[in-house]
Design a protein around this ligand. Structure first.
Ligand code: CMP
Length: 140
């Protein structure tokens, strides 16, 4: 199944170090339309709910702490086949394995601080966009 939207997050470390603008430029240059966007800070319990699928994994507590450690930028990106296309633009989870030209290769510093999140399936694109955006925010 394909969809024309996906959810992206610029993670706290990337926001803190001034990478928001450069990451948005890469997203624009790759042909995505930013159809909704806001800067927020997650509470710990919101981060726990967002990453509930990883609960119990060794990196879960640390991931939740990190994702609630400062402001993040969340957005809905639109493009044909958006989930897969944005995963290609992000590159692999581990920035050291991400290909040159990808966001994580350019701005990731570790598996946890890998600059950006993107939905990993169409089902999660629906779940994640609804988690962050109301219907009126998503369709400006
Ligand atoms: P993200 O796309 O936000 O989805 C889950 C996150 O968990 C992932 O990016 C990584 O930042 C983080 N993470 C930390 N450790 C691991 C790991 N060993 N394997 C996968 N993801 C990890």
């Amino acid at each position: 199944m394909e969809t024309n939207f996906t959810l992206s997050i610029i993670k706290p470390n990337a926001v803190r170090t001034g990478k928001t603008g450069p990451i948005l430029s890469m997203i624009n240059e790759a042909g995505f339309e930013i159809s909704a966007m806001k800067m927020i800070r997650l509470t710990r319990s919101q981060a726990e709910r967002f990453y509930a699928v990883h609960a119990g994994k060794p990196f879960y507590e640390s991931l939740v702490d990190f994702m609630s450690s400062g402001p993040i930028v969340v957005m809905v990106l639109r493009k044909e086949n958006a989930v897969e296309q944005y995963r290609l633009l992000m590159g692999q989870t581990d920035p050291q394995k991400a290909a040159p030209g990808t966001i994580r290769h350019s701005f990731g510093v570790s598996v946890q601080m890998n600059a950006v999140h993107g939905s990993d399936s169409v089902e999660n694109a629906y779940r994640e966009t609804s988690f962050f955006f109301s219907e009126t925010e998503r369709y400006p």
